[in-house]
Design a binder for this molecule. Structure first.
Ligand code: PLP
Length: 457
């Protein structure tokens, strides 16, 4: 931010030189004076200079019930007093067992086996490792290829990063290349001129089937997909795409992994979006973030009963899935997740999302009158406002810098944004009211207009 900082802020920014942040440019460590966030309440965060900002990205798509929920604080403190840790290898404990049962009841289909992880990346990594394990158990070790999509983000472990399709972020990073294949994502804005959305959907579903056939169905183990590609800029697939991809997978005996790290826990108005929004019962589902609303780290992988039955049917000898984490089912994280779910129920948060989401969409769509706004994508309470300064001369870097400028201006006016490439993405706490949405969109408009004037000057 361009504003003068207090001495306290400057001190923290100096210490921050030793905090190697995610996605850090290692040639410039310490050169960026980041906003120092000191406190948070509801949909607002307060920086160390005392400025109050709307938390546009909801932390990192995760603070679903909002900041400062005493119930979660109390549940976590009480759990730490009672039992701060147990080994999930040798024992169990009430919070994890109760949470697993509660989640299985909420999850679609027969996803009754809940494997707790430390976050989203480890949930995805565990899903992929389970896929390999499954096919080994079934005596088909060659069925190991994974199909993912350009623009997808699935995490930061070796395997989950390899399945991510954000190409700029693959530079200088080694990836698993022999088993992972990317197909184009279903962003309707990228369809060729004159092609209908339906025709484009047909084409994208065909892309998946063609890739399976090209590799050989006997070699393809799984397709992994976010229902809405989040970090790729909030890419919303055309009607029917997700369901038809699931049908293609079923036809070719390819497992369908729904990556609901972002879309679960109310972001699209349901606990899980796969079935309730897109009509799909996946074979596996990964989640994290909204599971605890970001209060403490936790992720989960859900595995279908069917897969367990297949493994049992494949032979009588015992088959250990030798994968797990010291913190699998951590009692403090589980207590936070249970308190989080209680808030969803008590405050009827899913109904609230259904009530405010149309207003969120309507207000954001009004930004279409601005000259630099190229596309506005909104689903539930997640949105991507894509900007292009000159459609005749595309320049990603220029558009990305423009969005950084917009973020600065928005921060000066009370809104924290999260530019992703050339899109401003938004996923505010689900508790946001229509009035607060009006304020958010008003500040975003001001940011876009002011940065545009500067660019034109
Ligand atoms: N999958 C998706 C769809 C995500 O958006 C993310 C993170 O943003 C991840 C996986 C990785 O989750 P985590 O950062 O908790 O490891």
């Amino acid at each position: 931010m361009a504003t003068e900082h207090t001495e306290a802020t400057i001190k923290i920014q100096a210490k921050d030189r030793h905090f190697m942040h995610p996605w850090e440019d290692v040639t410039a460590i310490g050169s960026e004076a980041r906003t120092v966030i000191a406190k948070a309440e509801g949909i607002y965060i307060t920086d160390s200079d005392g400025n109050r900002l709307i938390d546009g990205p909801g932390g990192m798509w995760c603070v679903n019930v909002g900041h400062g929920r005493e119930e979660i604080v109390e549940a976590v403190a009480a759990q730490m007093r009672d039992l701060s840790y147990f080994s999930p290898w040798s024992a169990t404990a009430a919070p994890a067992a109760i949470l697993a049962e509660r989640l299985a009841a909420l999850a679609p289909g027969d996803l009754n086996n809940v494997f707790f992880t430390t976050g989203g990346s480890t949930a995805v990594d565990s899903a992929l490792r389970f896929v390999f394990f499954y096919n080994n158990c079934l005596g088909r070790p060659e069925k190991k290829h994974i199909i993912s999509r350009v623009g997808a983000y699935h995490g930061s472990t070796y395997l989950s990063a390899s399945c991510s399709g954000k190409m700029l972020e693959k530079a200088n990073m080694d990836m698993v290349e022999d088993r992972v294949h990317l197909i184009q994502n279903p962003n309707p804005a990228l369809r060729p001129a004159g092609m209908s959305t339906e025709g484009f959907c047909d084409q994208k579903v065909e892309d998946l089937e063609r890739k399976i056939l090209e590799l050989g169905a006997d070699k393809v183990a799984a397709f992994i997909a976010e229902p809405v590609l989040a970090s790729g800029g909030v890419i919303i697939p055309p009607e029917g795409y997700y369901q038809r991809c699931h049908e293609v997978c079923r036809k070719h005996d390819v497992l369908f992994i729904a990556d609901e790290v972002v879309t679960a826990f109310g972001r699209l108005g349901h606990y899980f979006a796969s079935k309730d929004v897109f009509g799909v019962e996946p074979d596996m589902l990964t989640t994290a973030k909204g599971l605890t609303s970001g209060y403490v780290p936790m992720g989960a992988l859900f595995i279908s009963d069917r897969l367990m039955v297949d493994i049992k049917a494949a032979g009588n000898e015992s088959k250990g899935f030798f994968s797990g984490f010291t913190y699998s089912g951590h009692p403090v994280a589980a207590a936070a997740a249970l308190a989080n779910l209680d808030i969803f129920e008590r405050d009827a948060l899913l109904d609230h999302v259904h009530n405010v989401a149309p207003h969120f969409e309507k207000r954001l769509q009004e930004l279409a009158d601005l000259p630099m706004v190229r596309d506005i994508r909104v689903k539930g309470l997640m949105a991507g406002v894509e900007c292009c300064l000159d459609p005749d001369k595309p320049d990603n870097e220029r558009d990305m810098n423009f969005l950084l400028e917009v973020d600065d201006i928005c921060q000066e006016n009370g809104l924290l944004l999260r530019p992703v490439y050339s899109s401003a993405v938004l996923s505010p706490p689900l508790t946001i009211t229509t009035k607060q949405i009006d304020t958010l969109v008003g500040i975003l408009r001001l940011g876009l207009e002011t940065a545009w004037k500067k660019y034109k000057a």
